[in-house]
Design a binder for this molecule. Structure first.
Ligand SMILES: Nc1ncnc2c1ncn2[C@@H]1O[C@H](COP(=O)(O)OP(=O)(O)OP(=O)(O)O)[C@@H](O)[C@H]1O
Length: 246
């Protein structure tokens, strides 16, 4: 269990978040939804230890009850922008997280190689990020994050640039991968279908200041999450988001 307690994030002019607490179980997906600007990205950036200049965060982070520093090797992060290095090939970018974690380049490359095909990136290994579409770059960034061994993963709108079919494919792939090798995922998304089809828990944030206004467990097995079954939950989430905006 990864636990954040009493997180406050301030800019020079205001408190973006005030006293936010959340728990990320070691298994399954927790979705974080909320209106634009409520602070979702700031929460994950704080967790990843890379809050930008201009923002200051204070809070406690613990792993299985023990306080840990940020950044921490137990946590990997896929930012909203793909953050691929333009001077590295797609294969080198994809392998980078493993190399930083101590794997040799050869071992890291061998580990990422089988994932290019399922990610629709076959033949792109030797290309540079500028030669790929936005959706392809996002898949490469997802590959780089997911291939790492860290038990907790922060995904900030990881599929936002993908077409509908590729997005569904990547979502299925993520569920299968987590089924085979459980990890704790915090998924920031604006897509209520994505949240309700993937998450075991949905945290709803409100703005001014950013805070969590609902923590909703989703106990329905993934195989049973049809449109009709999940529609009432999506309506509940919509009402919470609309109530906050009005
Ligand atoms: N470097 C910064 N300096 C000052 N304020 C910032 C900085 N980065 C973000 N903010 C402010 O923090 C607030 C929260 O931004 P954040 O990106 O965390 O929201 P979000 O919920 O992830 O939004 P979105 O859904 O649009 O991605 C916004 O009001 C934003 O203007």
């Amino acid at each position: 269990m990864l636990e954040v307690q009493g997180l406050t994030i301030r800019s020079d002019t205001r408190d973006l978040l005030s006293g936010l607490s959340l728990r990320l179980p070691a298994d399954g997906i927790t979705a974080l939804i909320g209106p634009s600007g409520c602070g979702k990205t700031s929460v994950v950036k704080w967790l990843a230890g890379i809050l930008p200049p201009g923002l200051r965060g204070e809070g406690r982070l613990s792993l299985h009850g023990t306080p840990i520093p940020r950044p921490h090797p137990a946590i990997s992060y896929q930012p909203q922008s793909d953050a691929l290095f333009p001077w590295l090939t797609i294969a080198e970018n994809a392998a980078l997280g493993l190399e930083i974690a101590g794997h040799s380049r050869r071992a890291a490359m061998a580990r990422v190689a089988p994932l290019f095909a399922p990610f629709g990136l076959s033949g792109c290994e030797g290309l540079f990020p500028a030669q790929l579409s936005g959706g392809m770059r996002q898949r490469a960034a997802f590959l780089r994050t997911i291939v790492q061994d860290s038990p907790f993963i922060l995904l900030d709108e990881p599929f936002s640039a993908l077409d509908a079919v590729t997005r569904l494919r990547m979502q299925d792939w993520l569920l299968q991968r987590l089924g085979a090798r459980p990890r704790g995922v915090l998924l920031v998304t604006h897509d209520l279908h994505e949240a309700t089809s993937l998450a075991g828990r949905i945290l709803v944030m409100a703005a001014h200041p950013g805070r969590i206004i609902a923590d909703i467990p989703v106990a329905i097995p993934h195989a049973a999450r049809t449109e009709a079954v999940m529609a009432p939950l999506r309506e509940t989430l919509k009402s919470l988001l609309i109530e906050d905006a009005s």
